[in-house]
Write a protein that binds this ligand. Sequence first.
Ligand SMILES: [Zn+2]
Length: 287
Amino acid sequence: MQYSNIVQRVLELARQASEAPDSATRQLIEQDLRVFLKPLKAAEIYMLATLMYLGLEGGSVAGLMDRYQQMSDTFGTPERAINQMFTKRGLHKHLRNSLEILANAGVEVDTLLTTHIDSPLALLNSSDDVELSLGPWCCDQCGQVISKPEHGLLQWLTRSKDGHSAGRDLRIVHVNHASPLGLPDGCGPDQSKEFARDGSALSDVPLHWMLEPDGLVRLLAFVEEGEFPANEVNRIIMRLLVPGYETARPYFQKAIDAGIVDVELPNDYFFQSQLGDIVANISKLEK
Ligand SMILES: [Zn+2]
């Protein structure tokens, strides 16, 4: 949605709330407004709060981006910024004032978040330009690229505990012949050392097999049998089977901090559009 449409919608709901005949009606409209605000990007929310303060306190458009920075630093989360907008009386009036200030300065609302000089999301690359793919993978041992599935393994250690299998160290690593480490065990563990530690034995399967339906079922069975915790297995599943995931993975936190993606799901879980936004902007995130 274009940012000007977002601002207009907020303005309209804020106007209705301000003209509500009684407090019960006003609360209902404010509830609608909260529902509308909730799925917006963090940057969109902070900019709304910025505009509200511009209208409330006055000032010039020149300081708008400093004010925006202040908003995102002060509130820290979009939820807090939203709460602040509701505690200040006169949201409608303040927003209308700030739109007037912007119009007088000749600033288009749609440029605020994207192309305005110093904008927080200025000149972001579009995810339309990237195609998300599976792999290449990053070896959990040596940190180097596993460029094709034939060069990789899913590897884990397993032992018997109270009549059940107990696993540890579920990892994606190079196969021996592709390991850049040049060690006898390649990127795998020292098996005699691991056995001495807790009786664990090494298991592995080729990465290309893990990319097939049977690979997924193998991983799901780990969870079913309690051999590995779900959160560990889920992350391996996403690394293996969710396009773009492994490429975007090193940049998750930076992308959140930069406002390129918002947190919608648990830690490390991202939809394809979010992974696309991260992958498209890796060159900026590396700076
Ligand atoms: Zn390796």
